[in-house]
Design a protein around this ligand. Structure first.
Ligand SMILES: [Zn+2]
Length: 224
């Protein structure tokens, strides 16, 4: 059984799959199709209602998938400013290997793209924290707390309480642009607004910051 359901004015295709499960559940696939998995013996389920009960989750997940298209699309992954080919292989367990100009994703039964994205997120967390720490020392600006997380529309942000957040997807950027994003946020700790003083301070580190801002815009796809 298939159909289309509208969630806040946006159409989602759905497909019902019968399986030996106890309870019905919903998946959103990377092509943004909803899959409703229902127990084999249950009849008369109101599938559309089941989907609508989960509409907030579906919308959030759809946005997440769309944002991730900047990182992975059509067998190519963007990592630290370079594009790599991705090879998916069935294996005993889930594993990601970086082999020269390729990423090899070994997967057992999970979604291989999810495995790749999870791996990249973990890598991003480790590397970006290190990069923030290193800039923090260089600049003598020490945040209270650094978080690397999923962010909807920004590369980074900071608060008056001296907390810095960096979007984990910054890992797609080449080194100089990652540096720019990090330094931009660190300087914001003492200069909250984009004042003249803010840009002057930034120019001390990056005399070519205007060029960097332009370059960064090229990476701003999918609403970022
Ligand atoms: Zn700013």
């Amino acid at each position: 059984m298939e159909g289309v359901v509208s969630i806040n004015g946006r159409d989602f295709r759905y497909r019902v799959v019968r399986n030996s499960v106890k309870h019905a559940y919903i998946k959103l696939k990377r092509d943004l199709q909803i899959e409703v998995v229902v127990p084999k013996k249950v009849n008369g389920l109101d599938v559309e209602n089941l989907i609508l009960e989960k509409k907030d989750w579906i919308e959030k997940k759809a946005e997440e998938i769309e944002r991730s298209l900047r990182i992975y699309k059509d067998g190519k992954v963007l990592f630290k400013g370079k594009e790599y080919e991705v090879v998916f292989e069935r294996g005993e367990r889930d594993k990601v290997l970086q082999k020269g100009s390729k990423f090899v994703v070994q997967y057992s039964d999970g979604d291989p793209v999810e495995i790749l994205l999870d791996w990249l997120k973990e890598r991003a967390k480790k590397e970006l924290v290190r990069e923030v720490e290193s800039w923090s020392k260089k600049l003598g600006i020490e945040p209270n707390n650094v978080r690397i997380k999923e962010m909807k529309t920004r590369w980074g942000s900071c608060t008056k309480k001296w907390n810095v957040s960096i979007n984990w997807q910054v890992i797609v950027l080449p080194k100089r642009l990652r540096d720019y994003v990090i330094v931009h946020e660190l300087i914001h700790l003492s200069e909250l607004n984009h004042s003249k003083r803010f840009w002057a301070r930034l120019a001390e580190v990056f005399p070519d910051y205007q060029e960097l801002r332009r370059e960064l815009k090229k990476y701003a796809i999918m609403g970022l």
